[in-house]
Write a new protein. Sequence first.
Length: 148
Amino acid sequence: MLFEQISNDIIQAMKAKDKVRLMALRNAKKYFLEALTAPGADAELSDEQALKILSKLIKQGRDTAALYVEKNRTDLAEEEMGQVAALEAYMPKALTVEELETELRAIIAETGATCAKEMGKVMGVASKRLAGRADGKAISAKVKELLG
């Protein structure tokens, strides 16, 4: 499980004195623990839930780094991108444009969607199935293209 892997990797980062990676992993574990202790949460954190959390942290890190660059703080931007890189190592391989289209065509056939009005049905399934492997905006744009 991803939760356990990150917990073990925190120890490795401490031993290696890799401060940037250690900060990123501790932050991820903090969010994992919050998800576990949230009202109505399960006793375990699934890999799917963990990937959603990591994806959110990666997006936040990129946004923060962009703000640092705007403010001419490249030192902080580099550190932030280092943390993003540490978290990206746990994400599954991203889909290529062709793979994304193939997956979405299969989901469209599975849901029986035929027009743009039925995009919600496709997006619901696609968002869950492709979580962590494709960006939500890319999924949405491709679904619009295929149903349009």
